[in-house]
Design a protein around this ligand. Structure first.
Ligand SMILES: Cc1cc2nc3c(=O)[nH]c(=O)nc-3n(C[C@H](O)[C@H](O)[C@H](O)COP(=O)(O)OP(=O)(O)OC[C@H]3O[C@@H](n4cnc5c(N)ncnc54)[C@H](O)[C@@H]3O)c2cc1C
Length: 557
């Protein structure tokens, strides 16, 4: 995967995709599978916006039962299984418990029926030849079992718990990269730090994108028969190029936040019900019941998610310190055993999600439930352009397929019904994960510490040999950075093979170094120095990159 901008301009593509979040990445892979000539441009780094802010849950859709939305459940259940097959190193089962209170509404009796329905609708969820990926039936737990498994649970009026199984992505940034690696291997042309700045028209038809290489500040013209707008929270800006006179943005947004905290739960994720305070213009307007999700993740917990309307420019969005403080208070109310303090919060993620509207009474965000796929020949009488607005990380691959199917139709090209479950992404050639994990530990035990072997297995899967191979060039690169399992070879690989351009790209999105908080100064300096040697950075640039990286871990005031 090389950043070669000459390739972007020297030929005409079938498709140019604007936006390298999970929706753009998955669509690029689907297009490459179809044999289309596809280019993807990302204004910043791949996956650096909403897609690196996810709670990392691959939802099977239990919550859709309350709306009897079986179609969405089936889609989600299928995608959960597909993702476990495509990337068995990255997507793993996650047992989840929803404590029940009282006997009405979401009491144990109702949950028993919901779990049964969930298993029935997901009858084929275990069509997978890997015992580690089996998702057992759900069951209702007694109050005692629930207290034993979740010692921190709120006990007042507790009547038991509902146990079911979903999945979690070990590293959502690397799943996105896996799509890109695989697409690139099939001929897709990819570039980060290239922004779309306008469209090229011939009459009423889009025939390409005016772009800019943001590193060299050079304009580029990318010619393509069709453009796909997958710009996430910036889709409205691309719409404006088609509809310069439109006043009201067609897609509305809400902001959402997760925290990475000290370990609160072990072995099980918990859906803890508490009160969420809704604020408008500094005034408390409502206190609604809300389920917070606390998931075990590596040596930490991931806690999410609160949503509030957002009307500003997406580029200005920042999490503020007072929002973190409020969130901590609400989590402690919902799950008293958390006993969270500010210093227990290692990192915070925030991003924007499409909303239908704020609820007129409570002010609560009503999130958009379904993805949108817009053919602008119908919506705006402009041909050669499709927009896609996603609502979940979980279903991005399926929506990518639908986007490419529409694109193929518009390009008058055949769309092949490919059996996606027989495909594997970069690193995913692993028939059985547990056996693979054991094998890699057996093979590398005398060479690397356990933490390093583990993270090679989970992050790179069957491609871990690429990292080890760099040890031949410099054996020091196989000695982990102090206090981590991350190898300097991963940094070199990220720069040479994964287009990492900035320190934050490596620290947050290529390696595990900073995905759960700011690494130590010593580690940051070592990584920056290594990148400086690879990318020929000056001492000033090194200092600038370190400061730029640290700023990502500071909330706004
Ligand atoms: C806090 C939070 C928690 C979540 N948790 C979950 C979860 O647990 N499970 C789940 O399934 N989903 C979850 N989601 C939803 C999921 O993360 C999003 O639906 C998904 O990441 C959206 O991806 P995207 O590609 O549409 O957007 P993005 O990731 O934002 O990608 C759009 C990209 O387009 C680029 N771009 C914009 N303009 C231009 C331009 N002019 N030129 C080039 N590039 C451009 C941007 O830089 C950006 O990288 C969560 C979301 C949030 C915010």
């Amino acid at each position: 995967m090389k950043r070669d901008l000459a390739q972007l301009t020297e030929r005409e593509f079938d498709l140019v995709i604007i936006g390298g979040g999970i929706y753009g990445a998955a669509a690029t892979w689907e297009a490459a599978l179809q044999g289309l000539r596809v280019a993807l441009i990302e204004r910043e780094d791949f996956g650096s916006k909403t897609s690196s802010n996810s709670l990392k849950i691959i939802h099977g859709g239990l919550r859709y039962i309350q709306h009897l939305d079986y179609k969405r459940m089936r889609e989600s259940i299928r995608e959960r299984r597909v993702l476990m097959k495509l990337a068995p190193h990255l997507v793993h089962p996650l047992p989840c418990i929803m404590p029940t209170y009282g006997h009405l509404g979401k009491g144990p009796e109702v949950m028993r029926v919901a779990l049964l329905l969930n298993d029935l609708v997901g009858w084929d969820r275990n069509r997978i030849d890997d015992p580690q990926k089996i998702l057992p039936n759900g069951k209702v737990l007694s109050r005692e079992e629930c207290e034993r498994l979740l010692p921190g649970v709120r006990r007042e009026n507790l009547t038991g718990g509902a146990l079911w199984y979903d999945c979690q992505v070990y590293n959502s940034e690397r799943l996105l990269l896996a799509y890109l690696h695989s697409a690139s291997a099939m001929g897709a042309v990819l570039a980060n730090y290239v922004s779309a700045e306008g469209l090229i028209f011939r009459g009423n038809r889009v025939v390409g994108v005016q772009a800019r290489d943001r590193l060299a500040d050079v304009p580029l013209q990318i010619r393509a028969r069709l453009a796909i707008n997958a710009a996430g929270p910036w889709v409205n800006r691309v719409f404006q190029w088609l509809r310069p006179h439109q006043q009201r943005p067609p897609v509305q947004w809400s902001w959402a936040m997760n925290l990475v905290t000290k370990k609160i739960v072990s072995g099980f994720a918990v859906g803890a019900t508490g009160r969420h305070k809704v604020w408008q213009d500094g005034r408390l307007v409502d206190k609604s019941r809300k389920v917070f999700f606390i998931a075990p993740w590596r040596d930490y917990s991931l806690v999410g998610t609160i949503h509030e309307p957002y009307y500003g420019d997406p580029s200005d969005f920042r999490i503020r310190e007072r929002e973190i403080a409020r969130f901590i208070e609400e989590i402690n109310g919902a799950y008293p055993g958390a006993e969270l303090k500010r210093e227990d919060v290692k990192f915070f993620y925030g991003g924007l999600l499409p909303m239908d509207r704020p609820d007129p009474k409570s002010g609560e965000v009503v999130l958009t439930k379904h993805y949108k796929l817009i053919d602008h020949s119908q919506a705006d009488s402009v041909d050669g352009m499709i927009s896609v607005v996603g609502v979940k990380y979980t279903t991005a691959r399926d929506v990518g397929r639908k986007t490419v199917r529409l694109a193929a139709r518009k390009l008058d090209r055949p769309f092949h019904e490919i059996d996606v479950e027989s495909q594997r992404l970069f690193g995913g050639e692993i028939p059985r994960f547990q056996e693979f994990w054991q094998q890699i530990h057996d093979d590398l035990r005398n060479q690397l510490p356990d933490a390093a072997i583990d993270q090679l297995a989970y992050n790179y899967g069957s491609e871990y040999g690429r990292i080890l191979a760099l040890g031949k060039e410099n054996p020091e690169w196989l000695r982990p950075f102090p206090g981590t399992g991350v190898l300097p070879a991963e940094v070199v690989h990220a720069v040479r093979e994964e287009m990492a351009q900035r320190l934050i790209d490596v620290v947050w999105r290529r390696t595990e170094l900073g995905s759960a908080g700011l690494p130590s100064d010593d580690v940051l300096n070592q990584v920056a120095e290594l990148m400086a040697r690879e990318l020929d950075w000056s001492p000033e640039k090194v200092a600038e990159e370190i400061e730029h990286t640290k700023a990502h871990y500071r909330p706004a005031d």
